[in-house]
Design a protein around this ligand. Structure first.
Ligand code: ATP
Length: 603
């Protein structure tokens, strides 16, 4: 952590606490200070009582002192509870604010690159953890340090009056502790970063072992023990790394305790000898012993909390990194409004790869998708079809070339506005653990509560009957894990889920561009036929891009494009491509012969 980073991070944390809950912040500070003063006052009052008893002070004075002591006792009992409540209140408020800021920051990344980076995932995990814990650790650390400092000042004044040399010895003996503990806190932060991937993998294996979606394969292939062993292996690796730092801490703390006890023991011997020779009173020895213990306890607490706060600040750096990261898809200042599509969308010499370490996925693609026309993309697995669709949504920017919307580079448009104009079914569509109605409504949040619109979309996607037959119709929870506690959620078949995803896209009926990436791959023949008939009606006169391996479904497209290893190798209508007798004709003939062979078998 650079020198400049520390004060900045402290300022961020302080402002977080202040914004989250001013009342709780003030209460926590005041209660901590009072909590610091109470033991000092107790020690002083004890000395005064003992002195008054030995010197024979008046009863009134003794009563007053005793009442003061009782008050301090009450304070010592009540203040920690009140302080704990105020700090918990503050912690909750800060947690809400931190969660809000963190996920706002994550949502501000309009593309996918950041979320697909393992380093960003590690940063995010630590940001989430440290965002929740660091402000609390820092605030409670600062308060404890303040409290200990107040207590220590009182004891130091007492000690100075009895033995100034010993004050210097105690303070000097504490200095190496500061250095050692700060080193340790850096090591802890480094360890946390190194074990972060292992921690994420543990969560991953844990989910594999508990998510119903994974349970089928896990049970069938007998993978339970395999993943459990892997999880424990990861756990052991992270535990070993933590244990190494803990061991180092133990050794250092043992050494420091030895030095501290040596100093305290020496001081006590001196005080007893001084009392024996009449230089100190019995009260002096008591308060001296209490002061030595008090200063040492306060110093240890200050050093420990300082190191912990230092570590919290280091970890909090991850939160700052996430919340201050520049958006992964730069949106130009004052982006242009996205107008209704009039001419078409064009890819001009588009080159794209997922990162510099990855191979080129799209290699100089030139394609015009005319307004109001249907374009079909075909090609073997891995040809780059889904990637092209993701570029049309501007989930990534091309590395070279441009994608334009009526001639305007997508980079000049606001991604959120652009996506408002697009309806899409991704190949790996989402199955939300929400109700059936909500699963469709998510396609257009404005449709919330509009049962008619939701039903119409479901009908177009051919899933209305299946949803209506569920126990609570559109209000049925589609989840195995978030159902009502009395009544488990319902389950849909793979094809029904796919149609629900299609309904989500079709809810955006009036959008300019419809992207369908394998929208019927999981449907039975009849359903596929019905869905494509419905889609043909829906796509008629609209701009759409359809990806399908079932070439029968794409033959009516206005333009069919064959993608091969990131390049367009053929383009034309079905008839033109068949006449060309190239890859499309070969694949089409292959599929047709498959059907013919099956028909033959049946005969
Ligand atoms: N997020 C990603 N990060 C890295 N590589 C990726 C990513 N997504 C896809 N790829 C790679 O890009 C290549 C093209 O993938 P893409 O999904 O675009 O192919 P596709 O033509 O849609 O294939 P399919 O017919 O199997 O769906 C593949 O080699 C794949 O491994």
């Amino acid at each position: 952590m650079s020198g400049a980073a520390t004060p900045r991070r402290i300022a961020v944390v302080a402002s977080l606490a202040w914004r989250a809950h001013r009342g709780a912040t003030v209460a926590a500070v005041v209660l901590a200070l009072l909590g610091g003063l109470a033991p000092v006052a107790t020690a002083w009052l004890t000395k005064l009582v003992l002195d008054a008893l030995t010197e024979g002070g008046g009863t009134d004075r003794l009563l007053l002192l005793a009442a003061g002591l009782a008050g301090c006792g009450l304070g010592l009992t009540v203040l920690p509870h009140a302080g704990t409540y105020a700090q918990a209140q503050l912690r909750r408020a800060v947690r809400a604010l931190v969660t809000d800021r963190l996920f706002r920051a994550v949502n501000a990344h309009a593309g996918l690159r950041r979320l697909e980076s393992p380093a960003f995932q590690d940063t995010l995990r630590l940001a989430y953890e440290s965002g929740h814990s660091a402000p609390d650790r820092l605030i409670s650390g600062a308060l404890t340090i303040g409290q200990s400092a107040v207590a220590m000042s009182g004891f130091v004044v007492t000690l100075l009056m009895v033995n100034p040399v010993l004050v210097a010895v105690i303070v000097l003996a504490a200095l190496p502790a500061v250095w050692l503990q700060l080193g340790l806190s850096k090591e802890r932060a480094g360890t946390m970063w190194r074990i972060s991937p292992g921690m994420r993998r543990q969560v991953f294996y844990g989910e594999l072992l508990t998510r119903p979606e994974a349970a089928k394969e896990v049970r069938l292939f007998g993978l339970g023990d395999f993943f459990r062993t892997r999880m424990l292996g990861e756990l052991k690796a992270t535990d070993d790394a933590e244990r190494r730092v803990d061991l180092k801490a133990l050794r250092r703390q043992g050494l420091l305790a030895l030095v501290g006890n040596g100093v305290a023991g020496g001081g006590l011997v001196w005080a007893v000898l001084a009392a024996a020779s009449g230089d100190l009173t019995a009260g002096d020895v008591t308060v001296f012993a209490a002061a030595v213990a008090g200063v040492q306890a306060a110093l240890t607490s200050i050093v420990d909390r300082w190191a912990d706060a230092h570590n919290a600040l280091l970890m909090f750096g991850h939160f700052v990194t996430v919340t201050e990261a520049v958006p992964d898809l730069p949106v130009r200042a004052g982006p242009r409004p996205v107008p209704e599509l009039r001419e078409g969308i064009e890819l001009r010499d588009v080159w794209f790869r997922y990162s510099e370490e990855h191979p080129w996925i799209l290699r100089g693609v030139d394609l015009f998708i005319p307004h109001g026309r249907s374009v079909a993309l075909v090609g073997v697995n891995g040809a780059g079809k889904s990637t092209l669709v993701k570029l049309l949504c501007r989930l990534y920017d091309p590395d070279k070339g441009a994608v334009t919307w009526d001639g305007t580079d997508l980079r000049d448009l606001d991604p959120a506005e652009l996506r408002e104009r697009i309806g899409v079914v991704f190949q790996d569509f989402m199955e939300y653990d929400l109700t059936a109605g909500e699963n469709i409504m998510l396609g257009d949040l404005a449709a919330a509560g509009d049962a008619e619109r939701i039903r119409a979309a479901a009908e177009r996607a051919g899933v209305h009957e299946a949803v209506a037959a569920l126990p609570r119709g559109y209000d049925t929870m589609l989840s195995r894990i978030f159902g009502d506690q009395e009544e488990a959620g319902a389950a849909l078949s793979g094809g029904q889920w796919q149609r629900l995803a299609l309904a989500r896209a079709l809810l955006r009926q009036s959008r300019d561009l419809l992207l369908l990436d394998e929208p019927s791959s999981g449907l039975d023949a009849e359903a596929e036929h019905a869905v494509h008939a419905s889609l043909r009606r829906h796509r008629h006169g609209r701009t759409s891009v359809l990806i399908s391996h079932r070439l029968g479904a794409v033959r009516e497209a206005d333009l069919i494009v064959v993608l091969d290893q990131g390049r367009i190798t053929e383009r034309g209508t079905h008839e033109e491509l068949m006449a060309l007798d190239g890859e499309y004709a070969r694949l089409f003939a292959l599929q047709a012969s498959g059907y013919a062979a099956r028909e033959g078998e049946q005969v």
